[in-house]
Design a protein around this ligand. Sequence first.
Ligand code: PTJ
Length: 244
Amino acid sequence: DVDVPESHPRYESLLTRHRIEAGVDRGITSRQGLIAQGRGEAYDYLLGERTIDSADRAARAAAAYLLSADHAVVSVNGNAAALVPGELVELSEATGADLEVNLFNRTEERIERIADYLREHGASEVKGLTADGRIPGLDHERAKVDADGIGDADVVLVPLEDGDRAEALGEMGTTELVVDLNPLSRSAQVATVPIVDNIIRAIPTATDHARDLRGDPDAQRAAIEAFDAEAALTDAEAAIRGGV
Ligand code: PTJ
């Protein structure tokens, strides 16, 4: 969909940037999403634009949590929808998790466009339009969720989430799985499973693990037990600082 030569050394990074720009043009991504992407890119550059081992273990633990949940939900915002729409649909299918559009800068129009975009990419059901539930401790607009979606979930994957909302969700007792390239962000710090990786790589990695772990509760438990959130954050920070 873009005119970047594949031989360009920063092909992936440029493609990602174009997807975010196209997301803004389509009314899917907020303008703040451009700034968020810029920040993410800087961390990704420092990480060497690769999935470090601890992020792979995190993606595996996240897949295990999604599979073993009573009710898992994958939350989708304007950046996630622009970057990995089909991959999010595949993850929800591989794990049985619901998809729910949930925005930091909420507008009905953007929610509808994102839901349509996910359906164009194969989603059968998309939540987020009812907004009849609330996350306690947040102001009105930021608190809205579907009562039978995130409002009822025991496990939620929130890619690129704002720190306040990540904290409030955690206080509800929800197990939070976060994708965030910044290991120092509050969302990564409060997550049960912080995946410090580009969402472009993290979602397909989690889906691969989910396919591998599906139907095997022992392997799911082992993946969860093998993951140490604090060690993963320390490891990511070391990789960023020292190029380990
Ligand atoms: O569509 P909305 O209204 O829900 O808004 C979405 C954004 C992302 C704009 C909103 O949630 C926001 O402002 O988030 P923040 O506070 O900027 O946090 C985004 C975090 O995601 C930052 O820590 C970035 O480093 C990180 N990030 C950005 N791009 C990526 C990323 N992490 C993984 N993969 C990326 N591609």
